[in-house]
Design a protein around this ligand. Structure first.
Ligand code: ARG
Ligand code: ZN
Length: 482
């Protein structure tokens, strides 16, 4: 998503592009200066070329796609738990960032029945997890366009991957557990499946009556039941990374209301976790309000949490609706997932190697919560961690998360330790001003580790290269403690 208005293609430009397609060889090349058109108008357009199959993240070369930027997903889906059939239409509104002869969406599994671009039938092929779409005529650079994909089939989540567990659209006995970090959204809708391309979402999901659908954001209308099915309409109106999208469904007990600070709340538990509903509700509300005083205003229109009975072994900070998979969350993990709403969800990473910007910050939030709630100083937590000679902490530099071990404990704990040492170096006043400046400056956008270091130096007025180098990038235990 880019914050600028769409530009329209003119018939003239489309024609020029078709002519130029033939004479451009490599992806990303620009056309030679075009000849003057009839009437003396000189058009400067890039050639229409295939969009790249990946967005350009070296650790995840197939994830996301090149050549366009998504602004909005409208997902009209139906799911039938007994047969595990997911079907419907995904409409994707995007802007071309180059002239496009064709482009990819990420999609894993399913039968694709029909694809259209701007309501005209488009041809398509499947190549692994790439859905390759060829519009009837090329799309001009800068043009807004809409792709609609009609598809159906049985979801095939990513199962037991060596370091990521099971994720994506995971069918359960009564519905589905839907958590997609890092790249599982392609297991339920065609998308640009990388956090560098954020977009707003509308979800219209139809399920058997009695089933509850929980998606991101707020309900656009009350659930509507007719003929044995119920349709839920949810909208996330702030930009969201694809991995934070969810349509978790099943039998749920729900509690809604507002936090003391006035933010609308939605908490839900699977019947197996009913006894934790009030704790989930109260703690999610309390941590949301508290973080707003520490990190800056809460960035979204509602907050909450969901406990489902699928034992994923992890929680995920799904935007506005963190999800806990088959366990009773304690206050620390709730504080962690709520902190992600600022760090990860509103301010998102641009490349997966910068994951410590999410996990290091959310882990440091746990330390801050323990200090606030239990009176245990963050300094004490830091010393305990520094004393534990856990090998991965010192061998794995958290500033460069690796694909084959993305969620290594170092990205979490040593990431948090980095922030603590930074806090000691620059002092509390500058440190918390830095956090609030960071969440404000990159609100709803994407950022990098380099930008954080730069801002830290600017806000504090101190050179910090030695500190970040030792704590984020060296494969040994740092000796710099402040
Ligand atoms: N971001 C989650 C957290 O805050 C972890 C997600 C792990 N994802 C996975 N597929 N294992 O802890
Ligand atoms: Zn986390």
């Amino acid at each position: 998503m880019q914050l600028r208005g769409p530009r329209r293609v003119t018939a003239v430009l489309s024609t020029v592009m078709i002519t130029l397609t033939a004479c451009s060889a490599s992806n990303g090349a620009t056309a030679p200066t075009p000849a003057p058109l009839a009437g003396g108008v000189r058009a400067t357009v890039a050639a229409a070329l295939p969009g790249a199959a990946g967005i350009g993240d070296p650790d995840f070369p197939e994830d996301g796609n090149g050549g366009y930027d998504v602004g909005h997903y409208a997902l009209k889906l139906a799911y039938d738990p007994p047969t595990k059939n997911l079907s419907g239409t995904a409409s994707v509104r995007a802007t071309a960032t180059q002239g496009l002869s064709r482009f990819d969406l990420d999609l894993h599994g399913y039968t694709v029945h029909r694809v259209s671009v701007d309501d005209k039938p488009a041809s398509f092929t499947r190549r692994g997890d790439e859905l390759v779409v060829s519009p009837a005529s090329p799309i001009a650079k800068g043009a807004a366009f809409k792709v609609a994909v009609e598809y159906a089939g049985r979801p095939d989540p990513v199962r037991e991957s060596p370091n990521l567990g099971t994720y994506g659209f995971i069918p359960t006995a009564d519905g589905a557990f839907v958590t997609s970090e890092p790249n599982g959204s392609k297991t339920w809708f065609p998308c640009n499946d990388h956090p560098a391309d954020k977009a707003t979402f509308d979800f219209d999901v139809t399920v058997p009556a009695g089933t509850t659908v929980i998606a991101n954001g707020e309900m656009r209308a009350a659930p509507a039941t007719s003929g044995g099915t119920t349709t839920f309409a949810w909208r996330e109106s702030n930009p969201m990374a694809t991995y934070l999208a969810t349509i978790t469904m099943g039998r749920f007990d729900v509690r809604t209301g507002k936090t003391r600070g006035g933010i609308p709340m939605y908490a839900a538990t699977d019947p197996a976790f009913r006894r934790k509903l009030d704790f989930l509700y109260d703690t999610s509300a309390r941590t949301t309000d508290y973080w707003a005083t520490v990190f800056g205003p809460y960035p979204f229109k509602s907050t909450g949490g969901v406990i489902d009975d699928f034992s994923s072994g992890y929680a995920l900070e799904n935007q506005t609706k963190p999800m806990y998979g088959g366990f009773e969350p304690d206050a620390n993990i709730i504080a962690h997932e709520i902190a992600h709403q600022w760090f990860g969800n509103s301010v998102s990473i641009t490349r997966w190697k910068d994951l410590w910007l999410n996990e290091g910050f959310a882990t440091y939030a746990e330390w801050l919560w323990t200090e606030h709630d239990k009176g245990v100083p963050a300094q004490k937590t830091f010393e305990d961690m520094y004393a534990v000679a856990r090998a991965p902490l010192w061998e794995y530099p958290p500033g460069v998360a690796r694909r084959q071990d993305l969620f290594n404990v170092s990205v979490y704990t040593r990431g948090a330790m980095t922030l603590h040492v930074l806090r000691r170096r620059i002092g509390d006043e500058a440190f918390f001003r830095l956090l609030r400046t960071w969440t404000d400056r990159h609100k709803y956008g994407n950022a990098t580790t380099g930008q954080f270091i730069e801002l830290a130096e600017k806000v504090s007025g101190k050179p910090l290269g030695d500190l970040f180098d030792a704590w984020l990038f060296k494969a040994r235990r740092p000796t710099i403690l402040r």
